[in-house]
Design a protein around this ligand. Sequence first.
Ligand code: 13P
Length: 251
Amino acid sequence: MNTLFAANWKMHKTTAEARQTAAELKGLVSGKLKPGREVMILPPFTALAPVAGALGGAANFLLGAQNFYPQKQGAFTGEVSPGMLLDVGVSFALTGHSERRHVLGETDAVVGAKTAFGLESGLGVILCVGEKLDERKAGNLEAVLERQIRAGLAGVPKDIAPERLALAYEPVWAIGTGEVAGPKEILEAHAFVRRMLVEFFGASASEMRILYGGSVKPDNASEIIALDNVDGVLVGGASLKADEFSRIVLA
Ligand code: 13P
């Protein structure tokens, strides 16, 4: 399985800025990527096609989407379907990102419906899970992860190809705060996620990637990537500048 370095640009960048950052990143990374690594850019919807153009099908670069609506088409004003994403070259999309859960109000059931529908439509899916600070302090880390994972995977076929589904552990208290989870906290959470995946999928769970996200920076990336059960990183703030993200990807 390839280690994944995913850049979640959230609601940042015009088309021109996105094109320029993607082209710059490709220039900085191409030919230097360690074997077994791949890079994914997840720009806002408006910049998907420009970023696809800037990447020009470069080897080991993937295009991802931050969101989609779990229907083929129809009267869903403001929404975008998996088929529309596939049409512009997207191969993976996020579900359950904490900002969609806690800012946009997505429930566990909605996240589950999206995960199942995205996979069924041909997208790869990165299902994001993570606890809030008060949940961790109350000793509920595993209960929260278990609830989110059970609901998130409820409609996923047991025989799904393992490379098409990834989990991302993103503790809410470490997102955009500069507060990175320590190695012990990451190891514990990722081991728990792996156990849940094994329960759901059996042997193929060992081939599913578990990403860490939350204040990943050039100076902590290599230590995080080296941890057991960490198969990649999902990066927000430090992915916005090509130079900074390239130092994470090449770490
Ligand atoms: P930061 O890297 O800015 O903490 O964001 C993490 C994240 O939410 C990635 O999806």
